[in-house]
Design a protein around this ligand. Structure first.
Ligand SMILES: CC(C)(COP(=O)(O)OP(=O)(O)OC[C@H]1O[C@@H](n2cnc3c(N)ncnc32)[C@H](O)[C@@H]1OP(=O)(O)O)[C@@H](O)C(=O)NCCC(=O)NCCS
Length: 209
C-alpha cells in the first residue's frame, strides 16, 4: 500500500494512503475493540477505508515514534486515544484514507474529490459573505467545504451547522492557509487555521496551530 507520510513538527504528523488490498496481519496492531469494530463492517469497500485510515494513523504515529494506543469513538463520533494521550483525526473516501496526529492539540483532517456538483449545493453550507467572495469554481468551493469539515472535526461536537456556525475569512484559489471561526455556539468565536493542499482532483485540508 502506497503511503505518503509527513512530519509537520516534533509533535505532529499526517499520513495519506492509497487504498489497496492488504494482508489481514497488517492489522495485528489494532486493539481488541478496534478489531471488533472492523469485523462488524459488512461492506467490503467501507471496511477497506476504515482499515486504511487506521493504517494511516499507525504510519503517522510511527513517524513520531509513538506506540499505537488504540482509539475509540466518543458519543460524537470522534476518535479518542485509549491511553488518554494525544489527538487524532481521520478521513477516508473512495481510494484514499488519511490521518493526522498531534501530541497536545486537537486536530482535524479532511480529503475530498473536486466535483462540479458542489457548485449547486453551496447555499447549504456557505454563508452569504462566503458566497460573495468565492469564485464559481468547484476547486474554490471544495476548499471551503473541506476547510469547514476539518474545523468541524477539530472541535468534534455534533450540532454545528457548516453554514451558520463555521465562518471562513476570504481566501483565494491559491491559498495555502484558510482562516475560520466557530460562532454562535458554546464555542463562540473560537479561531482556526487550516492548511489547504490542492492536488490533481482532490483537496486535502488539516487544522494547524
Ligand atoms: C461526521 C462527518 C464529519 C464525517 O465526514 P465525512 O466527509 O462523511 O467522512 P470522512 O471520511 O471525511 O470522515 C470520517 C471520519 O470522521 C470522524 N468523525 C466522525 N464524527 C466526528 C466528530 N463529531 N468529530 C470529529 N471527527 C468525527 C470519524 O473518525 C470518521 O471516520 P470513522 O467512521 O472511520 O471513524 C460528517 O458527517 C459531517 O460533516 N458532519 C457534520 C454535519 C453537518 O453539519 N454537515 C453539513 C451540513 S451543511
Amino acid at each position: 500500500m502506497q503511503t505518503k507520510i509527513e512530519k509537520i513538527d516534533s509533535s505532529s504528523a499526517f499520513a495519506i494512503k492509497i487504498i489497496e488490498s492488504y494482508d489481514i496481519h497488517d492489522l495485528d496492531f489494532l486493539s481488541f475493540r478496534e478489531k471488533l469494530a472492523y469485523a462488524n463492517i459488512s461492506h467490503l469497500e467501507k471496511r477497506q477505508e476504515w482499515a486504511s485510515s487506521r493504517l494511516a494513523i499507525a504510519a503517522a504515529l510511527k513517524e513520531l515514534q509513538i506506540p499505537y494506543p488504540g482509539f475509540f469513538k466518543d458519543e460524537h463520533g470522534k476518535s479518542q486515544s485509549m491511553s488518554g494521550n494525544g489527538f487524532v483525526s481521520l478521513t477516508h473516501t473512495q481510494g484514499f484514507a488519511a490521518a493526522i496526529y498531534h501530541r497536545e492539540i486537537p486536530v482535524g483532517i479532511d480529503m475530498d474529490f473536486i466535483r462540479e456538483k458542489i457548485l449547486r449545493i453551496g447555499f447549504r453550507f456557505l454563508d452569504e459573505s462566503e458566497l460573495s467572495f468565492l469564485e464559481k469554481d468547484p476547486i474554490h468551493y471544495t476548499m471551503a467545504w473541506s476547510a469547514k469539515e476539518s474545523i468541524f472535526k477539530c472541535q468534534g461536537k455534533k450540532g454545528i451547522s457548516f453554514r451558520d456556525n463555521i465562518l471562513l475569512e476570504p481566501f483565494d484559489l491559491n491559498a495555502k492557509v484558510i482562516k475560520g471561526k466557530i460562532r454562535g455556539t458554546d464555542f463562540a468565536d473560537h479561531h482556526y487555521q487550516v492548511r489547504s493542499i490542492v492536488e490533481n482532483n482532490t483537496v486535502l485540508t488539516y487544522t494547524i496551530w
